[in-house]
Design a protein. Sequence first.
Length: 311
Amino acid sequence: MGIYLVTGAAGFIGSAVAVKLLELGNKVVTIDNLSTGNVENIPEGVEFIEGDCQNRDIYKKIPQCRYDAIFHIAGQSSGEISFDDPSYDLRTNTESTLHILKHAMSSGTKRIVYASTVSVYGKVGDCPISEDHSTFPESFYGVGKLASENYLRIYENYGINSTSLRLFNVYGPGQNLSNMRQGMVSIFMAQMVMQGKIHVKGSPDRFRDLVYIDDVVDSFLDCLGCESSYGQIINIGTGVRTSVRELIDDMIRLYGQEISVKYEGSTAGDIHGIYADISRARQKLNFNPMIDLETGLLKMLDWVKGQTNNA
Ligand SMILES: NC(=O)c1ccc[n+]([C@@H]2O[C@H](COP(=O)([O-])OP(=O)(O)OC[C@H]3O[C@@H](n4cnc5c(N)ncnc54)[C@H](O)[C@@H]3O)[C@@H](O)[C@H]2O)c1
């Protein structure tokens, strides 16, 4: 039983992490500015402080205590959107991390787990990418996340034990179905179910590592009490490479209806192909992704159908 600050619990990943912490009997506090999240996603029982992690005054409004850990998950999460206003991206994703770190220092909190991203790597070759691979982000989003990782690294010197989880492409129930610029699987699935057609911006040969939300939640929880993950940067994916074409074909097969697909255009800062070497996650966190793509897509499809029936 502990008390945890989970930033971004009105969003896809933050809400799922908060649910798990509550199930385990913990108290959970969240800060969320509702920029992309929805208040209805915040699990019952979470103490919600509406506000922005980049606003230093917000930390006066949360319970003043030593948190067992901070899960810093709030953030603008799209490479494409970071091109609209790079300064905003810097403030909302990177300056926020500094404020979180300062709050950890002043509250005596010793543990932070950070939602970093695959986007820090940029263009890579056609093989699984380990954490030792060079980082050359192609979007402002990736630059800001990489800077955050480095802030966390520096604060290790002040006794804050952090772990940066470089999340690959996370999908699953709870993803925002109305945001057509964030989340590859949610975008295609929403188009398929709601419009009966899919429009792919970019090449069908691009490939990704698609990791199911429950496995990602487990990776965050695995960090608790795990000293071997202190000061570490860890890829969280499946180690399986899936092309956009394979994803679309699987989704349509599982849906079982005629769907027209148009491939056209591209997205700023998009990476051609990347998938994870997850040896470090296995070694340091005992991480073992359980949900294969077909199972995950079926679970998500069920959820999406439920959402559209209720709409
Ligand atoms: N979903 C993915 O595939 C993926 C992959 C890599 C990394 N990530 C990272 O994981 C985190 C969560 O992503 P998600 O998919 O759940 O996105 P999301 O948009 O569903 O959730 C983000 C939440 O953070 C809130 N938020 C954003 N900026 C904030 C700020 N400055 N202060 C307070 N609240 C703020 C939003 O309102 C939202 O509720 C992000 O930091 C993202 O960069 C996600």
